[in-house]
Design a protein around this ligand. Structure first.
Ligand SMILES: Nc1ncnc2c1ncn2[C@@H]1O[C@H](COP(=O)(O)OP(=O)(O)O)[C@@H](O)[C@H]1O
Ligand SMILES: [Mg+2]
Length: 305
């Protein structure tokens, strides 16, 4: 009998046991192949170079980030103009400022995407960020979340974290290699941190916008960053998601240093202890939200009153 005839004789929904096994095997092989490819892509990201590690970050004096008189010129135009900023280890800092104030450029300098024209930028006491490449900086322990979520939509939440795991490429060649119990624990812990434990086996593409953002934060956490920078993390979120994100970020502070660039003032008020206002490439004001809100210059240039 030809295979096609054999198939026709069987109920399509319940193929013979052997067929079902080989079909499952095929599906599994295809899926494993895809996972392995995704993992290779993720590993190929520049973060995985191994020069400076987060163990090298010296925060014995308190601050984890020092920017001193940092300027960035684009064809003579100063996107940053002698910007000085210090972030303490474990601090949660919000950076606000009107469009064009230099917020993105500041993050670009910290992550090595843009080189300062002048000034100093240090990670801890000793790591000169202006001398490191983007991948080296990422590896040293600075994680950045861009505004748009970039999760692997066709993988489950759990698999996304597995893909993001900081591992030695030689030690684990593919996603299909067995996870150690401590790796498993770390993934579960990260899922729990962002309140996605119940969604662990859900495809990332089926998560809500807010959940995708949290999943991406969890992916960054898998890399164990010392400093985490988030660009407008609550843009597009519902009120409830925004409130949960506030709780999440407050929970991360202490264990990590966190810089949040955000436009949503209500959100900033709900999480910030210290707020830095940027304007025309420098710090216009710094302090508690109450102090900022009542600062004459801030009211003038930022709130536009
Ligand atoms: N690559 C670039 N070339 C020229 N000008 C730029 C470049 N990147 C940013 N700028 C300018 O620098 C200023 C600061 O931009 P940016 O850091 O994106 O501000 P923000 O994120 O606070 O809105 C803006 O006036 C912007 O137009
Ligand atoms: Mg920006």
């Amino acid at each position: 009998m030809k295979p096609t005839e054999e198939f026709q004789q069987t109920d399509a929904a319940t193929p013979q046991r052997d067929d079902r096994h080989s079909m499952l095997a095929l599906l599994r092989a295809g899926r494993e192949n895809m996972l392995a490819q995704q993992r290779e892509q993720w590993d190929a990201r520049p973060q995985f170079s191994r020069l400076v590690t987060s163990d090298d970050v010296d925060v014995t004096h308190g601050p984890i980030l020092y920017l001193e008189d940092v300027s960035v010129s684009f064809d003579g135009f100063k996107a940053l103009n002698k910007l000085s900023l210090t972030i303490d280890a474990g601090e949660l800092r919000c950076v606000i400022g009107p469009n064009g104030a230099g917020k993105t450029t500041m993050m670009d300098v910290i992550t090595g995407k843009t080189r300062p024209t002048s000034g100093r930028a240090f990670f801890g006491q000793t790591i000169d960020l202006t001398k490191l490449s983007e991948p080296q900086i990422a590896h040293a322990g600075i994680g950045r979340k861009f505004q748009k979520p970039t999760v692997f939509e066709r993988h489950t939440a759990f698999e996304n974290l597995e893909l993001a795991m900081k591992t030695d490429k030689r030690a684990r060649r593919s996603l299909t290699a067995k996870l150690s119990s401590s790796e498993l624990e770390r993934i579960e812990h990260c899922l729990e941190t962002v309140a996605l434990s119940a969604q662990r086996d859900k495809l990332a593409g089926l998560l809500s916008h807010g959940q995708k953002q949290w999943l991406e934060i969890a992916m960054l956490l898998m890399q164990e960053p010392k400093l985490l920078m988030l660009d407008e993390p609550v843009a597009g979120m519902t009120d409830e998601e925004t409130a949960r994100t506030a709780e999440l970020l407050k929970g991360l502070a202490g264990k990590h240093s966190v810089i949040v660039v955000e436009h949503d003032m209500e959100f900033v008020s709900s999480i910030a202890r210290q707020v830095t206002v940027l304007h025309e490439g420098s710090v216009l004001a710094e302090g508690t939200m109450d102090k900022i809100k009542n600062n004459e210059r801030v009211i003038e240039v930022y709130l536009g009153r």
